[in-house]
Design a protein around this ligand. Structure first.
Ligand SMILES: [Zn+2]
Length: 104
């Protein structure tokens, strides 16, 4: 991913690595692994901003909505099964109360 670059770090003078930002952008940035500096060429900051704020493709938006709905359904099913479990406990209590009444 990050490969040896030819440029020296403007801060510490050691050689920097270069690599593509976020795997899929078309912006190649220079990074110094010695001092942690990241260096951009002219215009690259604007291109990074454009990449970060790029519109989400419609199919990915749809996928995210479907995932959110599935999670909501799962949560509702969990709530329902918990309510049923509680309901069963209550009716068991009711049965015990009736049994006590019968045998008292
Ligand atoms: Zn450096």
């Amino acid at each position: 991913m990050w490969e040896e670059g030819k440029l020296a770090c403007p801060l510490c003078g050691l050689s920097m690595s270069k690599g593509r930002y976020a795997y899929s952008s078309d912006v190649i940035i220079d990074r110094c692994e010695h001092c942690g500096g990241i260096w951009l060429d002219r215009g690259e900051l604007a291109r990074l901003r454009a990449f970060v704020h790029r519109p989400v493709p419609e199919d990915r938006l749809l996928m995210a909505q479907m995932e959110a709905q599935a999670l909501k359904k799962k949560a509702q099913a969990r709530e329902l099964s918990q309510a049923r479990a509680t309901g069963a406990g209550a009716s068991l209590g009711e049965i015990l109360r009736i049994l006590k009444e019968i045998f008292s």
